[in-house]
Write a protein that binds this ligand. Structure first.
Ligand code: PEP
Ligand code: MN
Length: 265
């Protein structure tokens, strides 16, 4: 299949934010106050696209599984009162329908969903006839074909505003990273889908806040187009992914230190 993307949404985001673009917000929407407080701080730093998970795919039961549909109303408030665009994760056709009802600007497909062609197809079916930008995370296992297949399934619906998010790959045993980056895989993806923006997710690759800067700098050196970084006003008390979230002020410090050098490829 020949992949053609006009990428008007992400191209505009790059222009507005001066490449590379930054998507930021908490791992999970936890309360209306936490969402508004984070969004306000990020808006003041020039962030244009706010992320927050409403439906959280957790590895084991018993963890915080997201606030569900009521969180969509909070994201709508972020749009209306702060003028930010918003993005959330969808894992089922029903999630897509609910997110679209609330005019969520951008959807993303999580790593545990990309891995399952039935789930991706269900999302694709719910997206038929709709134009909404979609970001597709790599599958949790290092399988380039599954990542490509998920992109193809969404592209086949007619959606051309697509982006790929590199969030690293699961491995067994101790490692410096929560999810090993395996940089070669996204580079191969990028070679195949040349016009598609590639976004680094240093929060989920590193699993700890100290690793956000070096992972993002490496991605920028490789020519990545944007980044998605988890930010929470009180990271240590976050209900999910506490160790990898940074305050909006710490995010600003990271962004200020990042350098855009000439890409290596
Ligand atoms: C997330 O973005 O919070 C998330 C659940 O990510 P992933 O699908 O990469 O694990
Ligand atoms: Mn997370």
């Amino acid at each position: 299949m020949k992949f053609i993307s006009n990428n008007s949404f992400f191209a505009k985001l790059q222009v507005e934010q001066s490449k590379p673009f930054v998507i930021a917000g908490p791992c999970s929407a936890e309360s209306e106050e936490q969402v508004m407080e984070t969004a306000q701080a990020l808006q003041q730093q020039g962030i244009k696209l706010f992320r927050a998970g409403i439906w959280k795919p957790r590895t084991r039961p018993g963890s915080f599984e997201g606030v569900g549909e009521k969180g969509l109303a909070w994201l709508k408030r972020v749009k209306q009162e702060l003028g930010l665009m918003v993005t959330t994760e969808v894992a089922t056709g029903k999630h897509v329908e609910e997110a679209l009802k609330y005019n969520i600007d951008v959807l993303w497909i999580g790593a545990r969903t990309t891995v399952n062609p039935f789930a991706v197809q269900e999302i694709a079916d719910a997206l038929k006839g709709v134009q909404v930008p979609v970001m597709i995370k790599n599958p949790i296992n290092p399988d380039l074909a599954l990542w490509i297949g998920a992109i193809e399934r969404i592209y086949t619906t007619g959606i051309t505003d697509l982006a790929a998010i590199h969030r690293g790959f699961s491995s067994y045993g101790e490692s410096k990273y929560r999810n090993t980056p395996l940089w070669q895989i996204p580079i191969e993806l990028k070679a195949r889908f040349q016009n598609m923006p590639l976004i680094i997710d240093p929060s989920h690759i590193g699993g700890k806040r100290e690793l956000i800067f070096p992972i993002t700098q490496k991605a920028l050196d490789l020519g990545y187009d944007g980044m998605i970084i988890e930010s929470h006003p009180r990271p240590d008390f976050a209900l999910s992914d506490a160790a990898q979230q940074v305050t909006p002020a710490a995010l600003k410090d990271i962004l200020d230190r990042l350098q855009v050098r000439k890409p290596k490829y």
